[in-house]
Ligand binder design. Structure first.
Ligand SMILES: C[S@@+](CC[C@H](N)C(=O)[O-])C[C@H]1O[C@@H](n2cnc3c(N)ncnc32)[C@H](O)[C@@H]1O
Length: 401
């Protein structure tokens, strides 16, 4: 094992992550946990079977593994991590939730050098891991080689721009502490945060982040040693900007499918006054632009060896779009459910769109009905109609962040 990976392992042996209590929080943010949801979100088709193979790559203390187990009852699940202490916690988490020891196959392994994991996987879930490898490309290569040709991956990687302030703090802490003894590092880190004036932008950023974490995962997690080590004392972390991430995918011939928080990537959020300039850019160039202004700390997206066709190119104005089996209509609105029967928040446009799809109206009729509320005035021309159809298709499953 190379020196950097050995250091990462040592860190997670001492401070397994996430340091979350068993049980109570298991069902939080389940979107990417459901293979059925991910497949439909990306391909607009339900998978042929739910008896699939799933890999949780870098499973940590099993928070994600438990969610995968719950969301995919018919799947065979393999979970891999470098750190033995994390795997022990993960197994205990599954047991505490009432699962037997055969519910998940846990393996200690380095993602950069995977041994035989059996037949290829339909779904690989890898969140918060690849940016901690000295060679993310090598890890991604290994994952791709374990994925079926029509399989789907859900990756969460740190956002380079979104973590710029965190990197500054990491670097200044490194000037105070030698990077060896993590207990000393923790003392330096806590003392630094306690002493930094409240109005300092780094402190404000830290407090904001802490509040978000406390609201979502509890105050104990937000103040845990494991969180501080993982975030500010991290021994190996790559600063990847979105074009770097796309380059990693391109080398492995993986197609980018969709962001989980696609609504966040709409350029008009940041450039409402420059629509023509933005429209002239390719989609990756537009994403790269948004990347520089987006403050979210992570990228969460789906990728696959297969470039699943978006139906925009094949659907005709007189075709009748079918209701989605994952969308439930309540009296007032469309509700998207994931594999756990939980509701995922759709944007307003998505909700209006799904409400209009009743299996009887054609695209043309739906476009006419929705055009005024979306500010489209020229749906009576073929070009105008196609523009609106495209806009609606882009809102197919756009989740609110
Ligand atoms: C930040 S935690 C994320 C845990 C989990 N995926 C989640 O989202 O909650 C990173 C995990 O990646 C694991 N890891 C880091 N490098 C690895 C490698 N080369 N091979 C396997 N696991 C690795 C660490 O041991 C740690 O448990």
């Amino acid at each position: 094992m190379d020196q950097a990976t050995a250091a990462v392992r040592q860190q997670y042996e001492a401070f397994p992550f996430p340091d979350l209590p068993f049980g109570a929080l298991a069902d939080l943010t389940p979107g990417p946990s459901s293979y059925r949801f991910g497949h439909y979100y990306c391909t607009h088709r339900l998978p042929a079977t739910q008896a699939v193979r799933i890999l949780d790559a870098g499973c940590g203390t099993g928070f994600s593994t438990l969610k995968l187990r719950q969301a995919n009852p018919d799947a065979e699940i393999v979970a891999v991590d470098l750190s033995e202490a994390s795997l022990v916690r993960a197994q205990a988490r599954l047991a505490a939730a009432g699962y037997g020891s055969d519910a998940v196959t846990f393996l200690q392994a380095d993602l950069q050098h995977l041994s035989d994991l059996g037949t290829p996987f339909d779904y690989i879930h890898c969140t918060g891991v690849l940016h901690h490898l000295p060679t993310p490309q090598r890890g991604l290569n290994q994952l791709k080689s374990r994925l079926k040709p029509d399989g789907v991956m859900c990756l969460m990687l740190y956002s380079g721009p979104g973590r710029a302030l965190i990197r500054e703090v990491q670097q200044l802490l490194r000037q105070l502490w030698d990077g060896q003894d993590l207990s000393e590092g923790l003392m330096v880190c806590r003392t630094f945060w306690a002493g930094l004036p409240t109005e300092h932008p780094y402190k404000q950023d830290y407090q904001r982040q802490k509040k978000v974490l406390a609201d979502n995962f509890g105050a104990e997690f937000a103040d845990s040693d494991a969180f501080l080590v993982d975030t500010y004392l991290q021994v190996c972390e790559q600063a990847l900007y979105l074009p770097d991430v796309f380059a990693l995918l391109a080398v492995e011939q993986l197609c980018f499918l969709r962001f989980l928080d696609e609504a966040d990537w709409a350029a008009q959020r940041f450039f409402p006054g420059l629509p023509d300039y933005v429209a002239a850019l390719s989609l990756p160039a537009r994403y790269a632009l948004v990347d520089r202004l987006r403050t979210d700390r992570n990228y969460t997206f789906y990728a696959s060896p297969q470039a699943f066709e978006r139906p925009a190119l094949t659907w005709l104005p007189d075709a009748i779009p079918e209701p989605s089996p994952l969308i439930r209509m309540s009296a007032e609105q469309a509700i998207l459910e994931n594999g756990l029967g939980q509701q995922l928040p759709l944007t307003e446009v998505s909700r209006a769109f799904w409400k209009a799809i009743d299996g009887q109206q054609s695209w043309r009729q739906i476009c006419f009905a929705l055009a005024p509320s979306l500010g489209f005035s020229e749906v009576d021309t073929e070009v105008g109609l196609r523009g609106l159809m495209q806009a609606l298709l882009e809102h197919y499953f756009v989740l609110q962040h």
